[in-house]
Design a protein around this ligand. Structure first.
Ligand code: ADP
Length: 409
């Protein structure tokens, strides 16, 4: 079965065409600047790379171009569009309604729409992608896989904020968490690498990319995660502040004369590593290179970054009353021996964790990087959200399901 996995942003479509049986990626690409002049499609088929420049007005036109490229003699991997048997959609926010991956029918589309107020930047784009893909591929099943769904297993004690309870009732203000597909994938892989059932393990997964979050996965269920009502909470990120005293928000509004939206932008786009380096860098490679040479601003920013991450790992060891494994994934987590060593060596030795210096040199490859006598195992596991979306899609389609549960009861 060939499955098209798509991830629609407001002006972009990321896609992969996978063969479900072999799990090989047949082709993949990114269409950018939809609805803005200068749209560009970067497409890969095996090692070969192609680029197309053509103005694309909306997601429907964008998907038509992608399908054309997937079918063309030179760049394509299918002879006919009918070879695509299902489409898996990444959807950002499933709210409290979606704790599973689902077959998308009209009712599901309305239910996703009903969550737009929770993710006003992301969900409308995901819906546009679903509507466009259903128009172009009307006779195949479309499956939704949600970024929030895996964290729906959190208990109330993790997800409720200590604000008037009525605000939870009225607006569903609570912790949702994101990167769920990634946390789920790497936790499952860690269990496989440990040759132990996921159901018996306490795993802390650290998805450290430009956006970053940590999750506590106990017995296969997410019991806490650092992102919250929005992706702003938790770790220090590329341009996001992560945790701050909420009283800073009205303070800034009053002192700087900023609107609520402007403070929101400041915390999401001008803070984090970008803010700490006074607007010089948000890319971790630039900061790390300088922090290693003790350049003061970058060193300070990096110290804050790693300290926050270590605090969350410590907190989640407490939340689960123990930890068997820690997993690093995503851009920084997979590629930065410096971050991994600093977090573990400076702060987590008391848990009986030690890193093997040689093994920790690894970048982007599944590896256990702890020493053989480390009480807690530490892994680098490259994430693969598209593969999870493809697997969920294939299982739902093959078994004629409407919903696929993400954890065992
Ligand atoms: P996102 O999907 O959130 O945009 P990624 O998971 O792609 O982000 O991660 C991007 C981050 O990973 C960037 O900050 C980048 O600098 C960092 N990164 C990539 N390669 C390396 C590396 N070799 N060393 C340190 N950081 C790296």
């Amino acid at each position: 079965m060939k499955i098209l996995v798509i991830n629609c942003g407001s002006s972009s479509i990321k896609y992969q065409l996978l063969d479900a049986a072999s799990e090989n990626v047949l082709a993949k690409g990114l269409l950018e600047r939809i609805g803005i002049s200068g749209s560009k499609l970067s497409h890969r088929k095996g090692e070969k790379k192609y680029e197309f420049e053509k103005d694309i007005a909306d997601h429907t036109e964008g998907l038509e171009l992608i399908i054309e490229v997937l079918q063309s003699e030179e760049t394509g991997v299918v002879k006919n569009i009918n070879e695509i048997e299902a489409v898996g959609h990444r959807v950002v926010h499933g709210g409290e309604r979606f704790a599973s991956s689902v077959l998308i029918d009209d009712e599901v589309v309305s239910e996703i729409e009903a969550n737009n107020f929770l993710a006003p930047l992301h969900n409308p784009a995901n819906i546009e992608g679903i509507v466009a893909a259903k128009k172009i591929l009307p006779s195949v099943p479309h499956i939704g896989v949600f970024d929030t769904a895996f964290h729906q297993s959190m208990p109330e004690s993790s997800y409720l904020y200590a604000i008037p309870y009525d605000l939870y009732r009225k607006y569903k203000i609570r912790k949702y968490g994101f990167h769920g597909t990634s946390h789920r994938y790497v936790a499952e892989r860690a269990a496989v690498m440990m040759e132990r059932p996921l159901k018996e393990l306490k795993i802390i997964t650290a998805h450290i990319g430009n956006g970053a979050s940590v999750a506590a996965v106990k017995n296969g269920r997410s019991v806490d995660t650092s992102m919250g009502f929005t992706p702003l909470e938790g770790l220090v990120m590329g341009t996001r502040s992560g945790d701050i005293d909420p009283a800073i928000v009205p303070f800034l509004q009053e002192q700087e004369g900023l609107s609520a939206g402007e403070v929101n932008d400041l915390l999401n786009k001008e803070s984090g590593m970008y803010g700490l380096t006074e607007g010089r860098f948000s890319d971790m490679r630039d900061i790390e290179e300088r922090a290693m040479k003790n350049e003061p601003t970058c060193k300070r920013a990096h110290d804050i970054y790693e300290y926050r991450l270590a605090k969350y790992i410590g907190a989640y060891a407490a939340a689960m009353n123990g930890v068997d494994a820690i997993v690093f994934t995503a851009g920084v987590g997979e590629n930065s021996p410096y971050l991994r060593a600093n977090v573990i060596d400076k702060y987590l030795g008391y848990l009986g964790i030690s890193i093997d210096v040689e093994k920790n040199k690894i970048r982007g490859k599944e590896t256990m990087i702890s020493t053989t006598d480390s009480k807690v195992k530490v892994f680098v596991i490259p994430t693969n959200e598209e593969l999870v979306i493809s697997r969920d899609t294939s299982r739902i389609v093959k078994n004629g399901l409407k919903e696929l549960k993400l954890w065992e009861e």
